[in-house]
Design a protein around this ligand. Structure first.
Ligand code: NAG
Ligand code: NAG
Ligand code: NAG
Ligand code: NAG
Length: 433
């Protein structure tokens, strides 16, 4: 009968909650929270101001009554280069290290010291990995993966036990984008085509922040306090979401003239600028100037012949952008001065023909390296590649015994030498020192 079924379900649910609570207690996120706070205060004491990108022609600022308009460009701390162990260089990378700057040479050595071993491979979600995020904590290596069926898996990599990974089902459709909150170490935000949720990993609940009929594709935070976010829609529009409002609908939804928006990314310093990428369009817009229709981009990044899978600003100054396109090219743009049209600075031939069973490649910058990015590859033996923004291949991560599949989605730790690649059956591969 209905009642006992319900209570059986309730009991299962309670058991789940208890198990989740145990998992998160084991993560000791409160400890990493304290550690993160320490790092944040230490960094603030030596903040380096960097020049913000100049827009070529200044338009008069049309003020809108949105809270997020108070966003100010801020200086951000220099990224410290991690300790560099001695290691053999990768034989498959170009052999002309002499041309590299000492920084890049050291970086290459650190990449060579990162290896994949059997115990650092784990099936974390049931199906194809569509998105990943890595927690900034240095004491716990916590990786989140979202799959095609709405599952989010969390894996405490260093934990020896089988219980090191835990899966939730906060969504019904592919989890297309995830970010840990920059201000609350317990919060993981996840986006699926119909909802944006905030998972509190200590309470194991995923609260709905926003719901839409218009098929979300990606999001990014507009402010470091993670209160507001820009969300891209598959049909091309972008929306602004403010978590402080009660409403479940976005605050503002605007037509940017795109047929598709696959990724959105906010400039790391001048947070009024965001990058949108879709069909063959990659443009920078100024959030302060958005109106419901006929939005003119600040800057258009030209040259894509087929659909663009991703476009991201370089992590420290935002002065470069890397894109991946179905025309089998990776393009790098100089966005130091955001002129109205920008042509590619360098173009790298790269097979991006992932086909229908694999998630499309996205080239992501190493958050520790302003000039280097990571991308999946179709090449055999299977590998994950690292390029410099000059177009030079710096390193290929591979392992003949352990890596036999394409890793479409990758994520790099913001402070440590850790790279995670996810494949199309939900398996994660962690390369670390
Ligand atoms: C409990 O968790 C499992 C996976 O962790 C899930 O498949 C199941 O639906 C959950 N049950 C309830 C009642 O929440
Ligand atoms: C999300 O995707 C599913 C399956 O493709 C579809 O049925 C549903 O309408 C989509 N939701 C939105 C809001 O587009
Ligand atoms: C929703 O967006 C996804 C990509 O994020 C796309 O594959 C899917 O076809 C879209 N669904 C609809 C109903 O437009
Ligand atoms: C994903 O990776 C695992 C482990 O490396 C491998 O066994 C599996 O076949 C891969 N999945 C696909 C679809 O290639």
């Amino acid at each position: 009968d209905g009642y006992s079924q319900l209570s059986a379900y309730e009991m299962k649910r309670l058991k789940n909650i208890t198990e989740n609570a145990k998992f998160f207690a084991a993560l000791q996120l409160h400890k990493s929270a304290a550690r993160l706070k320490q790092i944040a205060t230490k960094r603030q004491s030596h903040v380096v101001k960097r020049p913000k990108p100049k827009k070529v022609e200044e338009e008069p600022v049309r003020r809108r009554s949105m809270r997020l308009l108070r966003v100010e460009p801020t200086g951000i701390p220099m990224v410290e280069t991690p300790a560099q162990p001695q290691a053999e260089r990768d034989l498959h990378a170009d052999d002309d290290a002499v041309k590299c700057t000492p920084d890049i040479t050291r970086y290459r050595e650190s990449l060579s010291s990162m290896v994949l071993s059997e115990e650092n491979i784990r099936k974390v979600v049931k199906s194809r990995v569509c998105s990943m995020a890595i927690h900034p904590s240095e004491s716990t290596i916590l990786v989140a993966a979202g799959d095609k069926w709405g599952n989010v898996g969390l894996w405490n990599v260093v934990s020896e036990s089988e219980e090191g990974a835990h899966m939730f089902t906060p969504h019904n459709f592919p989890v297309c984008c995830m970010h840990f909150s920059p201000c609350n170490p317990a919060h993981l935000l996840s986006l699926s085509n119909d909802t944006l949720r905030c998972g509190d990993v200590t309470r194991a609940v995923f609260d709905e922040i926003c719901r839409s009929e218009d098929n979300f594709s990606s999001f990014d935070f507009l402010e470091d306090n993670a209160c507001t976010a820009i969300v891209g829609h598959w049909d091309g529009a972008v929306a602004v979401v403010d978590r402080r409002t009660q409403a479940m609908a976005p605050e503002l939804s605007v037509d940017i003239g795109f047929r598709r928006t696959r990724t959105v990314h906010v400039h790391p310093l001048s947070k009024q600028y965001f990058l949108a990428a879709g069909a063959v369009d990659v443009c920078v817009f100024d959030i302060r100037h958005l109106k419901s229709k006929q939005n003119e981009p600040v800057s258009s990044l030209k040259g894509h012949i087929k659909s663009v899978a991703s476009a991201y600003f370089s992590p420290v100054t935002g002065s470069k952008v890397v894109t991946v396109s179905a025309d089998d090219k990776l393009r790098i743009y100089d966005t130091t001065s955001l002129s109205s049209t920008v042509t590619a600075l360098s173009v790298i031939r790269h097979n991006s023909n992932t086909g229908r069973w694999l998630t499309r490649f996205r080239a992501i910058w190493d958050p520790k390296q302003e000039h280097c990015f990571v991308v999946g590859s179709m090449a055999q033996p299977r590998r994950i590649e690292v390029f410099q923004d000059t177009g030079k291949l710096l390193h290929s991560f591979y392992n003949l015994e352990c890596l036999s599949s394409v890793c479409s989605i990758n994520v790099v730790h913001p402070r440590q030498n850790i790279l995670v690649g996810g494949n199309s059956s939900g398996r994660l591969h962690v390369f670390k020192e």
